[in-house]
Design a protein around this ligand. Structure first.
Ligand code: TRP
Ligand code: SF4
Length: 402
């Protein structure tokens, strides 16, 4: 991985509804941490949503702005991050098309989500060309920015794996120029005598002894060569590793730990279970949802003791309460010392407290959608600049330059 790509993070979300606490505790908080450390690209995957919602795409248009407001409200900072909508960077589609030429059908048919989703969403006809290509479009999303790190959940790891294979195949097919050795040799000489000698030595150590450190040092050496042209640098990265030119670097998945956020019924919080608290739900509704959520069914009357291990409310205490308060719940519940509403009150306070600043930040954007549009426009412009560069390299590697 080159230093440029090592620093680049890309992730996307399909716009299929409002975000809830599960998204916040799982994905968004993770994004907030990444945005300070990396060059981040976060985008709305509207084309991906279309692969499953092509018959009724209204939800896509309606959710896109709302989702971006949720991101901004949660603290994603457009000064640090490029935020954009996939379909506003058509280069994703061009790269997808070119990658489709080199991707064997079997690779796509074998991606686990292909059959799984078709089974799960039986009411929709997903026997389409676009749906089969879903993971390859995702590969294009990643490779067009040469992103090195892709924060995703467990269910998406196979897609990043596919991306690595496609990148490898692309580089293998188009990174091998007929005169690769000579060009690499000429590029080495451009580094000057001392660095050229060091490079050759490191390459030998890596290729003959598999010395990983030599590989790392070699890459660092190339990073430091400010006067090397981009093509030469790509050649030398590839030559170091024993491959052709590396035009599209292989990304790595950055596994987002599964959100432990329980829903109102104790199952994982998810729109399909109808057990969510949305980030911008009305406070009175949130309070109502929590007050009416189920508890241990053994506590029919106030003086029936209960068992927190059988109660979804206790799962929320595990997210929102320290040990001291969890102990208070355990003792009060098993001895019928507290009522369920007493037990829920600290959760109501914690959730409302967590969401208050989010709701507050959202207001500015709700009142001025033009602000959101401007952020997305600027994000797309910045994204297109990077994407254009990659497409230039990709087209010339294939030979589509006239
Ligand atoms: N497929 C992802 C999901 O369903 C969304 C997505 C599209 C994505 N393109 C991406 C995620 C690129 C990471 C990188 O969650
Ligand atoms: Fe659940 Fe708390 Fe009621 Fe016990 S007291 S049943 S933990 S809500």
């Amino acid at each position: 991985m080159t230093s440029e790509s090592k620093n680049r993070v890309l992730s996307g979300m399909r716009p299929t509804g409002r975000l809830h606490l599960g998204h916040y505790h799982g994905v968004l908080k993770n994004w907030l941490n990444l945005q300070h450390e990396y060059e981040c690209y976060f985008f709305v995957a509207d084309w991906h949503a279309l692969t499953t919602h092509y018959e009724d795409p209204r939800i896509i248009g309606a959710s896109t702005m709302e989702m971006v407001i949720d991101w901004l409200a949660a603290g994603v900072n457009p000064a640090d991050v490029r935020l954009f909508v996939q379909s506003e960077v058509p280069q994703h589609a061009e790269l997808h098309l070119l990658l489709s030429m080199v991707t064997p059908l079997g690779w796509l048919e074998r991606v686990p989500s292909y059959k799984d989703q078709q089974e799960k969403l039986r009411e929709r006809d997903l026997a389409t060309y676009g749906f089969l290509g879903y993971p390859l479009l995702q590969s294009a999303d990643i490779l067009i920015y040469k992103a090195g790190l892709v924060p995703v959940g467990e269910d998406q790891v196979a897609h990043v794996e596919l991306t690595r294979e496609v990148a490898r195949r692309f580089n293998h097919l188009y990174g091998r120029e007929p005169d690769f050795e000579e060009k690499a040799d000429a590029a080495i000489r451009k580094m000057g005598k001392k660095n050229a000698r060091l490079y050759r030595e490191l390459r030998k150590r890596y290729q003959e002894q598999g010395d990983q450190e030599a590989l790392e040092v070699g890459r660092a050496l190339l990073e430091g060569q400010g006067n090397l042209a981009l093509g030469d640098r790509e050649r030398l990265y590839g030559y170091l590793e024993g491959s052709g030119r590396i035009i599209l670097p292989e990304p790595q998945a950055l596994l987002t730990p599964a959100s432990k956020m329980p829903g109102l019924d104790g199952q994982k919080m998810s729109k399909s279970y109808g057990n969510t608290i949305a980030l911008r739900d009305d406070p009175a509704d949130i309070e109502q949802k929590l007050r009416t959520m189920p508890t241990d069914p053994a506590r029919v009357r106030r003086d029936d003791p209960g068992n927190p291990d059988l109660c979804p409310v206790f799962q929320l205490h595990e997210v929102y309460s320290d040990e001291h308060r969890q102990k208070w719940v355990r003792e009060g519940c098993t001895s019928a010392g507290i009522g369920c509403l007493d037990c829920k009150q600290p959760i109501v306070d914690a959730v409302l407290g967590e969401l208050a600043p989010i709701r507050e930040r959202a207001r500015e954007f709700e009142e001025d959608p033009q602000l959101v549009r401007n952020i997305l426009r600027e994000g797309a412009e910045a994204a297109r600049d990077v994407a254009d560069q990659t497409m230039d390299e990709v087209r010339s590697a294939i030979g589509l330059k006239y």
